[in-house]
Ligand binder design. Structure first.
Ligand SMILES: Cc1cc2nc3c(=O)[nH]c(=O)nc-3n(C[C@H](O)[C@H](O)[C@H](O)COP(=O)(O)OP(=O)(O)OC[C@H]3O[C@@H](n4cnc5c(N)ncnc54)[C@H](O)[C@@H]3O)c2cc1C
Ligand code: SF4
Ligand code: SF4
Ligand code: SF4
Length: 497
């Protein structure tokens, strides 16, 4: 398939990464907005020499699913300087990484507002300039010719490129692979809303008075999701993102790019050295790292990423991958678009009163749609986590089953037992089998997926075979004749602790 066919027949495959436009030797491709306001490539036949480089470069046409052999090392982290932490959306990891590059004379590429509050990718070369890249802008950014700029810069200096996962994939495809001077940092990406909706909205707000500052992640009331817009007359407008007109449409999946609903570039696909996001839920899995000024989650994909992350001036703590993604499912699964999405964009495109269209969808009762979308996303997440766990399971040579009398409800004792076995048997699958009410429940150490196991001989044998258990540790206090019999008869080495 070629780009032109894809844009006609499978338009939703195009993420708008602009790798095709950047690679074209004749500048025959213009990224042109459609009726929804998203940019797609348009080829000028008068300039095109049919060299095929655009098709060969497109990450969507040349997509190859990564083979997952291991989960990325996962950390939570916070920047140490109070002012920078408060001005960062999460825990300020982006700034800490960028400082390493800038102090070394390098260039950082990321996303900024222009004077009209439109959103685009740009380069910064000094610590002072870095301020304009700080903070999430919930709009699809315009790439322009930034991949070409990155390529030029790489000839002479170190470069940090930050963007959405599809943009990092676009850059890697444009460059034809990695480069030793390049550090790629992508964000956990919920999806990106239409620039046309944002530009209309901010233009409308700007009619009231000139806008002085836009912050999609104000921390005035602590770390969370709150938009704040300041005007030059000192007035300001602030709202929780779940209630804010523009952000609610985005978060509900009404205004995102079609490709976001089937995104191929989630964290395990290997387009970046590091992935950064908000450490939502950190209070539950690493409470000592919770900071009301923001905590980041970081997934380390490559040795280069590990090297930079290790050098960054951050307070860090390792955490389990499964814990981090559970409270942040869009790290792994695409958003489910709102079923009214098409109608919203059709109304928005044709209506003279676009603000009224936004309000109409904002105020509609969407409880049922929201519940259905959320249930679908949860199912997708469980399925994805199960698929990933199945791939990782195959990589373990040694699988240890720990049979313990600690009840499953005692989360603290379970965590400590798991930690002990994980440190005694690194790189192994560790399965903790416990009683939960009247049944047995087994938890897998790396995925933290819990599944029921029937308490009878055949079921226990099937379980041990399916999960390729190679040895068993039992605390010998498990009050069950069935279990005692099975431990004697299972044919596996059993040790007591
Ligand atoms: C559209 C969008 C959706 C997101 N969805 C999630 C999510 O579902 N879960 C989650 O945990 N985190 C999400 N994030 C990431 C999160 O909001 C923070 O940007 C990230 O954790 C970095 O925070 P920080 O404190 O390290 O640094 P900050 O200083 O806040 O980092 C800003 C970084 O984000 C980049 N950036 C800003 N706007 C854009 C944009 N429009 N497109 C591409 N890159 C951009 C900048 O280049 C810079 O690298 C999203 C960000 C964006 C922009
Ligand atoms: S085929 Fe070659 S010249 Fe034509 S648009 Fe694609 S890259 Fe440009
Ligand atoms: S290279 Fe990017 S913008 Fe161009 S067609 Fe492919 S996905 Fe779309
Ligand atoms: S969700 Fe996927 S396709 Fe959409 S902007 Fe993010 S990375 Fe790109």
């Amino acid at each position: 398939m070629k780009i032109e066919e894809m844009i006609t027949a499978k338009r939703a495959d195009c993420s708008g990464c602009a790798a095709c436009a950047n690679i074209c030797p004749k500048n025959a491709i213009t990224m042109t907005r459609d009726a929804e306001g998203f940019a797609y490539p348009k080829i000028n036949p008068d300039l095109c020499i049919k060299c095929g480089r655009c098709d060969a470069t497109c990450p969507a046409l040349n997509f190859q699913k990564a083979i997952i052999n291991a989960l990325p090392a996962t950390f939570v982290a916070t920047y140490q300087n109070d002012k920078i932490l408060r001005h960062s959306s999460a825990g300020g990891v982006f700034t800490a990484l960028s400082e390493i590059i800038l102090r070394d004379g390098g260039v950082v590429f990321g996303v900024a507002f222009d004077k009209n509050w439109h959103v685009f990718h740009t380069a910064v070369r000094t610590l002072d300039e870095l301020e304009k890249l700080r903070g999430s802008k919930y709009v699809q950014s315009q790439i322009g010719d930034v991949y070409r700029q990155v390529k030029d810069a790489l000839n002479s200096t170190k470069v940090l490129f930050s963007g959405t996962p599809c943009q990092c994939a676009g850059l890697k495809h444009f460059l034809g692979g990695d480069n030793e001077n390049l550090l790629t940092v992508d964000i956990i990406c919920h999806g990106t809303p239409s620039p046309a909706v944002w530009e209309f909205y901010i233009g409308k707000l700007g009619q009231r008075n000139e806008i002085a500052h836009v912050n999609f992640r104000s921390k005035r009331n602590g770390w969370g999701s709150r938009t704040e817009i300041n005007f030059f007359d000192r007035a300001y407008y602030a709202s929780q993102n779940s209630q804010e007109l523009y952000c609610k449409l985005f978060l509900r999946g009404l205004s995102e790019r079609p490709s976001c609903e089937s995104c191929k570039f989630k964290i395990l696909n290997g387009q970046s050295d590091l992935t950064i996001g908000d450490a939502w839920g950190v209070k539950n899995f690493a409470p000592e790292m919770f900071d009301n000024r923001g905590t980041s989650v970081v997934f380390v994909h490559t040795p280069k990423g590990a090297d930079f992350f290790g050098k960054a001036d951050l307070k860090t703590q390792p955490v389990k991958f499964a814990n981090a993604v559970r409270s942040n499912i869009h790290a792994m699964v695409p958003t489910t678009a709102d079923s009214r999405r098409k109608d919203f964009f059709a109304d928005f495109a044709k209506s003279a009163d676009k603000f009224a269209v936004m309000e109409k969808y904002y105020y509609q009762n969407d409880d049922d749609i929201r519940k259905a979308a959320s249930a679908q996303q949860s199912r997708n997440f469980r399925q994805t986590l199960n698929d990933v766990a199945a791939q990782i399971r195959k990589t373990f040579k040694r699988n240890i089953l720990v049979v313990t009398s600690i009840p499953a409800a005692d989360a603290v004792a379970k965590k400590s037992l798991l930690n002990q076995f994980e440190s005694d048997f690194p790189g192994c699958g560790v399965y903790i089998l416990q009683r939960a009410d009247a049944k047995l429940v087994c938890t897998e150490n790396f995925s933290l997926i819990a599944f029921d196991v029937k308490e009878d001989n055949d079921a226990l044998n099937d379980f041990a075979k399916k999960y390729n258990v190679t040895e068993i540790f039992s605390d010998n206090q498990f009050d069950s004749p069935v279990m005692s019999e099975w431990l004697k008869a299972c044919g596996l080495p059993v040790k007591f602790f």
